[in-house]
Ligand binder design. Structure first.
Ligand SMILES: Nc1ncnc2c1ncn2[C@@H]1O[C@H](COP(=O)(O)OP(=O)(O)OP(=O)(O)O)[C@@H](O)[C@H]1O
Length: 372
């Protein structure tokens, strides 16, 4: 089976992969065990045991045809990003890949603790403490900073895509679902941008260029949800949700943030900033006083706090002189258009979105919803 289509697609996807795609039967090497670990729109994820080693993995079965379109390249893009991120411990590890006539199966490290979503909506005694969130946020930021240094944006960061190695005791995080990820150094335009309504950044709604800052908005929403159990922008319907996002209508009241430190609120405020240029970067977040009780001695690496957001911006080279790969400047970034794969392009603007129903019922404050 061919596995090295060395092409950059028109959408900024990378489809050159190094992993051998196996054509022999998956079932000859793995036994499926237990119930499903989860499912998305086009994938089902099941626990399995590798027969040769007895080791446990998560097998993600992905349909190649979706809504009548061949989506093999999208899956190769996901594999390419997983390969690129394999050096980072907070990105789920890819073990093997199998292909059948209808599916591609990714054999992934199994994150047995499930989605952080479950603990975001849990009752008080099982919910995260602020200390838990600080540790998990550092790990998420470390993984995302790695992606951003390599000019990759995830574009679908949400509590359902941040998994735990174990739930009790609380383990470490693993970032999953790179199906929407894109390379930002592509010379071509990104034409398929999707996301989940509650977590999408204002620039996506405004049909403006996406960037690494787009992920940072989602991390702001994610942190808010992890600390409060509430989704900051969720309205009664999607129009209200979008209005809340575009007006950055966020409740920072002491009631909502009861018992949570003001540094945590300042951290979120540094991310839920409409102008992507003024949003904190992943590296800046890692230096924020909330996560960094012993401030970084480097004079150029001060955290951006919400209270400094109106100050003039320093350039990337001034603020992060020793960053291995500088993040791209927004002006250099790829223009983006909102489309649904396999359905052609949609017109710009909020009305262009079409959302399905949440795949399963959730607590009213937090819903899962998938675009297209
Ligand atoms: N490595 C893993 N270990 C354990 N569970 C996993 C793993 N990968 C995925 N899951 C579970 O399966 C769910 C669906 O996986 P994933 O998000 O990768 O699928 P998807 O079809 O790409 O999703 P979407 O439709 O949101 O794009 C996850 O939310 C998670 O609950």
């Amino acid at each position: 089976m061919p596995n090295s289509a060395a092409a950059m697609s028109k959408t900024g996807m990378v489809t050159k992969i190094h992993t051998r795609i196996r054509a022999d039967p998956f079932s000859a090497h793995y036994e499926l065990v237990g119930k499903e670990l989860g499912r998305g729109k086009f994938a089902v994820v099941k626990k399995c045991i590798e027969k040769a080693t007895g080791k446990q993995y998560a097998a993600k079965f992905q349909r190649k045809r979706r809504k009548g379109a061949d989506c093999r390249m999208d899956i190769l893009n996901e594999i390419a990003v997983l390969e690129l991120a394999k050096a980072n411990p907070y990105v789920v590890a890819l073990h093997e890949v199998y292909e059948t006539s209808t599916e591609i199966i990714l054999v992934l490290e199994c994150a047995a603790g499930g989605e952080i979503f479950d603990q975001c909506v849990a009752d008080n005694d099982e919910a995260f403490t602020e200390k838990d969130v600080m540790r998990l946020a550092r790990q998420i930021l470390s993984g995302v900073a790695f992606l951003h240094r390599n000019n990759v944006v995830h574009l679908d960061l949400k509590p359902q895509n941040i998994l735990l190695t174990s739930a009790r005791p609380l383990g470490d995080i693993r970032i999953v679902d790179f199906g929407l990820s894109r390379r930002m150094d592509s010379i071509t335009e990104v034409r398929e941008i999707l996301g989940t309504p509650e977590y999408v950044a204002p620039e996506i709604l405004n049909y403006e260029p996406i960037s690494t800052a787009t992920d940072m908005w989602s991390i702001g929403v994610l942190t808010y949800v992890m600390l409060t159990g509430e989704s900051p922008f969720l309205g009664d319907d999607k129009q209200v949700t979008f209005l809340n996002i575009s007006q950055v209508n966020v409740d920072y009241s002491p009631d909502t943030f009861d018992g949570i430190s003001s540094l945590a609120v300042d951290f979120i405020k540094s991310l839920l900033v409409k102008n992507p240029r003024k949003r904190a970067t992943a590296e800046e977040c890692l230096s924020h006083p909330w996560l960094n009780p012993h401030p970084h001695p480097h004079p150029h690496r001060h955290a951006r706090s919400a209270s400094s957001l109106d100050e003039p911006e320093t350039s990337q080279s001034e603020s992060e002189p020793d960053s291995p790969v500088p993040s791209p400047d927004l002006d250099d970034l790829i223009g983006s258009y909102l489309t649904c794969p396999g359905q052609g392009e949609l017109k710009a603007g909020r009305d262009a979105f079409s959302f399905g129903e949440p795949p399963f019922p959730a607590r009213p404050e937090i819903q899962q919803e998938v675009i297209c």
